[in-house]
Ligand binder design. Sequence first.
Ligand code: CO
Length: 252
Amino acid sequence: MVILKSPREIELMRKPGELVAACHREIAKMIRPGVTTREIDAFTESWIRRHGANPTTIGYNGYKYATCASVNDVIAHGFPGDTPLQDGDLVTIDIVADYEGWVGDSAWTYAVGTLSDEAEKLMRVAKECLYLGIEQTKVGNRIGDVMHAVQTHAEQNGFSVVRDLLGHGVGKSLHEEPNYAHIGKPGKGFRLKEGMVLTIEPMINIGTYRMTIDEDGWTARTADGKLSAQYEHTIAITEDGPILLTDQGDPN
Ligand code: CO
């Protein structure tokens, strides 16, 4: 069942969204060769708690960390760890926080030091995919309209869109209905309604869209070992257009 949010509830969802976004801005300042994703995770957990919120992913389906930290060929759900980030790495930090019962969810890919031209293009196109999708999140459009914009832009640039990890409704829970892949056809899929709060979170790969999961049961990697990038916002659908609940400018 899709849980529609009233205007008052959407107002309440601004706070966790703003906290997640502000935390991303702080993380952006930490990204450099030599820092570990464990350090970023520890910072994130304490920053979220210090701001009166809760790191939603800790204990979520047995997940242990405040962030997912997905380096290079890791698409999503990477564990924070002790390997220092290296010049040329891509790292996606995904943060979820809940504040007074409402959840915000946003992932962002960061460049570590100087990237290859190809990695830079991947980041740019993945971010463009997010915003092209968001442009289509109008009341009355269908999710296929949104994801067609995402998929077309990725594929026209020679990249692929991950199919096995889905966007989702967000509210009092991190994962609500509906769920949807980031590919689609115009006019297909569910219709966007006033009061839906959704993530748009395309994962864009340089090579194949296929993925594998590590033995840890979480870490999703590209099947060909090539790079992946992801940008995610939590957005509210309204008659006046989308509200980007996790938007605080571009932390990159
Ligand atoms: Co999400």
